[in-house]
Structure formats: structure tokens, C-alpha cells
Design a protein around this ligand. Structure first.
Ligand SMILES: Nc1ncnc2c1ncn2[C@@H]1O[C@H](COP(=O)(O)OP(=O)(O)OP(=O)(O)O)[C@@H](O)[C@H]1O
Ligand SMILES: [Mg+2]
Length: 341
């Protein structure tokens, strides 16, 4: 059973699904997902490309590409407010306000025609009701907070004048300008080189400590997960395969998909340049939801029931023993505690 979410959670996602319609297709990229994030906590969301990580996080905020119609069901409670069904003007007040967003590609999020300082100041004016002068002063403070070199000069620069790493810092400054309670970061470091990646992750950790902002971090990088997150949710084909404390999921993964993902990671023992091992097989094409487990066709431990019935996520996923796992084989096995009872 899913443990009841506690009212102290900042974000409570329950049985949340997204149906997505384009001119050519109808699919369900998110299907019955539940998790929660406490104030100041970091949750990482991992999973192969196309597993639904971006749709899961941005559809409730009304941030979907044009030409795509989405139909949301279930519940996304943020700070006591239901986001599912909330009209666009109310969502707009939350975006950039209580929820800050950071994307992989800062150029797509920054306004190319506005100076960096102005873009930060606008958020402070809009969401915090600051005067022009107050907001300009805040922009400078924020550039210092995200450790921009020469912040005074950067205020007057345009996005194209900055390097990738500095643009990412500018986007982080915009994202935190209104002192959000939650930051959603979608692959914020993928486009950067390794040294800059480490700096940006260090910066997010530092900001979180100072501001007590909760972070949902979408990433492909298990090293990043281990370094920043307390809990991790592993997505497969629009559902959670495994969800729980980072040490447990990374060191003792239980779902066959998580085990495969972690076994596929390049090891420190591998010769430099050795090929990425990868997970055998390919993810399913998302159409109508499958009756059984979507991982069954690739699963080394598959049994009869897997193709017929979807395995519910069992366990709390919260602190305490055992990550929550959606797998018939794993859940049929007695847990260690039961075995010793
Ligand atoms: N604009 C779109 N048009 C059509 N289908 C879409 C669109 N955006 C997402 N989808 C569908 O939703 C599914 C989930 O997409 P999503 O972008 O959430 O995956 P993801 O896990 O974020 O992948 P990645 O790691 O590549 O960013 C995709 O498999 C795709 O089929
Ligand atoms: Mg994505």
C-alpha cells in the first residue's frame, strides 16, 4: 500500500495521469504516478528518454509545447493548492513565483532581446511587487548569489554574450528571483561540460541549503543523483518502477529495470573509451496503456502474470526500510524483515 501522504509535504502527486493528443496521435505518457516532496527536500527523477519525466513535471504547470493538447487526471497538490484543473492565469502566477523552473537549454528560456538584469528584475517586480529600483538591486544580489563573475557588468549583458555555464547561472537567478518554495530542474547540466556541471550542481545544493527550496531534479546522471538527492523516482514508460531513498535505490536496486539501469552504468574499472553497455532492448512505444508491466518484454525475470496485470507500486517510498517497487517478482518475495519474523 502507498503510505498516506502527510500534510507537511510541499508537493503531493497522487494517481496522476496525462493523456496527450497531437494532430497525429493520442497517448498516455504519464499513467497513475504518485510521489511527494517535503519542504527543502531534493527528489531526483530518472529514466530513459521518452519515459515521461518532462511531461510529468511540466504538464501540471501548463508548460506543454504548442500543438499538444493534454488532459490531466488525478491530483497534484502544491502547497495546499490543486494544480490539476487550475486555470491558466492562476498557473501563471505560480510559475516563476512559488515554483521556479530550470531547463536544459537556457537559450530557450531566456529572452534574447532583454538584458540579463532586466529579466531577473521583471520576476521580482511581477511576483514580489518590488519597485523598479528594488528589483534592480535584487537582480544584482541574485547574480552574486549564483556566483556570477563580474555581476555588475553581467546585469547589462544579453544572453548571447554569455557562455553556456553563465547562461545557466542566469536562468537559475531568474528561477529563484521570487524565492520559490520548489525548483523544478529538467536536465539542467546535460548541455554543459563536466567541470561546469559540477559547479552548477554545487550551486543548486548551496542555494537549497540557504533558501530551504525543495528541488525536483530530472537527470540521466546517476552521479548527480547520488550527490544531491535524498530520494529518487525511477520512471519507466510513464509509470514509477521504483521510488525510495537514494542509498537504497542506487546500492540495492530491486526492480529489474533499476538493476539494469545501474548495471549499464560505465564502471570505474572500464578502460577509458570503452563502449557504454546500455540496457538491452528498447523502451515501448507509448500508445494505449498496456494491460501488464511495460518492462515485461525486456525483463530478464519475467513471469506469466507480468504480461497480463500491471504490478502496483508497493511500499511507502518514504524514509524507513524498503523502496517502493512495482514488480510482481520482487513483491512476491518475502522481504528480509518478514523472512526473519
Ligand atoms: N510535443 C510532443 N508531441 C508528441 N508527443 C510528445 C510530445 N512531448 C512528449 N511526447 C510524448 O510523451 C512521451 C514522454 O515525453 P517526455 O518528454 O516527458 O520524456 P522524457 O522522459 O522527458 O525524455 P527525455 O529524457 O528525452 O527528455 C514521449 O515518449 C513522447 O511520446
Ligand atoms: Mg525530458
Amino acid at each position: 500500500m502507498m503510505a498516506p501522504e502527510t500534510s507537511s509535504d510541499l508537493l503531493q502527486v497522487s494517481h496522476f495521469s496525462v493523456d496527450l493528443y497531437t494532430a497525429r496521435a493520442a497517448l498516455r505518457p504519464v499513467d497513475g504516478v504518485s510521489y511527494s516532496v517535503a519542504p527543502g527536500e531534493t527528489l531526483a527523477i530518472v529514466g530513459e528518454s521518452g519515459s515521461g519525466k518532462t511531461v510529468l513535471n511540466f504538464a501540471p504547470l501548463g508548460l506543454m509545447p504548442t500543438g499538444v493538447v493534454t488532459d490531466l487526471s488525478g491530483s497534484v497538490l502544491f502547497d495546499g493548492q490543486q494544480l490539476v484543473g487550475l486555470p491558466e492565469p492562476a498557473l501563471r502566477r505560480i510559475r516563476g513565483g512559488k515554483i521556479g523552473t530550470i531547463f536544459q537549454d537556457p537559450m530557450s528560456a531566456l529572452n534574447p532581446a532583454l538584458r540579463i538584469g532586466r529579466q531577473i528584475a521583471e520576476v521580482a517586480e511581477l511576483h514580489l511587487g518590488m519597485t523598479h529600483a528594488q528589483a534592480e538591486a535584487r537582480a544584482l544580489d541574485l547574480l552574486k548569489l549564483v556566483r556570477m563573475s563580474d555581476p555588475q557588468a553581467r546585469l547589462r549583458q544579453y544572453p548571447h554574450e554569455l557562455s553556456g555555464g553563465l547562461r545557466q547561472r542566469a536562468m537559475i537567478a531568474i528561477a529563484i528571483a521570487a524565492e520559490p518554495r520548489l525548483l523544478i530542474a529538467d536536465e539542467p547540466t546535460t548541455a554543459l561540460d563536466v567541470t561546469v556541471q559540477a559547479q552548477i550542481i554545487g550551486l543548486l545544493k548551496d542555494l537549497q541549503r540557504r533558501l530551504n527550496t525543495a528541488i525536483v531534479l530530472i537527470t540521466h546522471d546517476m552521479g548527480v543523483v547520488a550527490s544531491i538527492a535524498a530520494r529518487v523516482a525511477v520512471m519507466y514508460a510513464g509509470r514509477l518502477a521504483e521510488y525510495g531513498p537514494v542509498e537504497q535505490v542506487l546500492l540495492t536496486p530491486r526492480h529489474p529495470y533499476t538493476r539494469g539501469l545501474i548495471a549499464a552504468l560505465p564502471s570505474v574499472d572500464d578502460a577509458p573509451g570503452s563502449p557504454f553497455r546500455g540496457l538491452p532492448g528498447t523502451p515501448p512505444v507509448l500508445g494505449a496503456p498496456l494491460p501488464g508491466c511495460a518492462f515485461a518484454p525486456r525483463c530478464p525475470q519475467v513471469i506469466d502474470i507480468c504480461a497480463r496485470q500491471y504490478p502496483p507500486l508497493r511500499g511507502s517510498g518514504g524514509p524507513g526500510p524498503g523502496a517502493a517497487v512495482a514488480c510482481h517478482v520482487v513483491n512476491a518475495r518475502p522481504s528480509k524483515e518478514q523472512a526473519h519474523a
